[in-house]
Ligand binder design. Structure first.
Ligand SMILES: [Zn+2]
Ligand SMILES: [Zn+2]
Ligand SMILES: [Zn+2]
Length: 259
């Protein structure tokens, strides 16, 4: 959002910009959103709301956690940097905007801010999320870990690492399933580039049904996969595909295989 745009009614910034009384405000007691004055007060007393941008209108009935769509594939994406990467780039179009929740563009902004600050500071021992080390430094809840740029959490990285150790030690790997979020994100990126489910299936050596379940295009949604499948999917480098023209080559190869 451009900072010079007038703040919408129902937001703390609306109050700062002069909407001081209930009579002036578009939103009253019966409306979905608070009046600007009420929003300004509510935001001051609520840590979660205070983290939202001041120009975001606040719903009258704020749930402990913002309401989420019933489709889990959608639920886990909004309010995250990878929701943004997936195409949710308009602050007001993100479903979390009207729910008093963190929007995808805001989550992305914060993520980049932290990332840049960490890099320029170059001091201390900031947790590098999406690593086994992050897990050891205390990031053990996959629900709160911001993950790395692909959405891989510290918990995932840790179980990955343990699997590798076990394999190296000659222990037959258990068919343990892990969080599929990072894989789902990668596949959605590939889909956004125009790759078909069959093409992705060929590139990753993973069944087409599994691919469809990960993107939410199947009859059911899959949230867990084996570490091997995760490895195969993450091995597809989206940047290389788009910049090297391999996208076309790979596509032709698939066509050749299919014919
Ligand atoms: Zn107002
Ligand atoms: Zn969103
Ligand atoms: Zn973490």
């Amino acid at each position: 959002m451009h900072p010079h745009n007038p703040a919408p009614h129902g937001s703390p910034a609306g109050y700062s910009q002069g909407c001081r009384t209930r009579a002036m405000c578009l939103h009253g007691e019966g409306s979905e959103f608070l009046s600007c004055a009420e929003a300004a007060i509510r935001r001051r007393g609520d840590y979660r709301l205070s983290r939202l941008p001041a120009h975001q209108p606040l719903p009258r009935h704020v749930l402990a956690e913002p309401a989420t769509p019933s489709d889990p594939a959608v639920r886990e994406v909004h309010g995250t940097p990878w929701g943004y990467a997936r195409g949710c780039r308009d602050t007001r179009a993100c479903p979390n905007w009207a729910r008093g929740g963190m929007t995808c563009p805001e989550a992305r902004r914060r993520y980049m801010q932290t990332y840049t600050a960490r890099r320029s500071a170059g001091t201390g021992t900031p947790i590098e999320h999406g690593t086994s080390n992050g897990y050891l430094l205390g990031c053990r809840n996959p629900a709160t870990c911001p993950g790395d740029r692909t959405g891989l959490t510290c918990t995932d990285a840790r179980s990955h690492y343990r699997q590798q150790l076990a394999r190296a030690a000659g222990i037959a790997p258990r068919t343990e399933s892990i969080d599929a979020r990072a894989a789902a994100t990668r596949i959605r990126e590939l889909r956004a580039l125009g790759l078909s489910l069959r093409h992705i299936s060929t590139l990753t050596g993973t069944g087409r049904t599994t691919i469809a379940q990960l993107t939410g295009e199947g009859k059911t949604v899959r949230t867990r996969i084996t570490p091997t499948t995760l490895d195969r999917i993450l091995a597809i480098d989206v940047t290389t595909l788009t910049t090297s023209g391999m996208l076309t080559d790979a596509h032709e190869r698939t066509q050749a295989l299919a014919s």
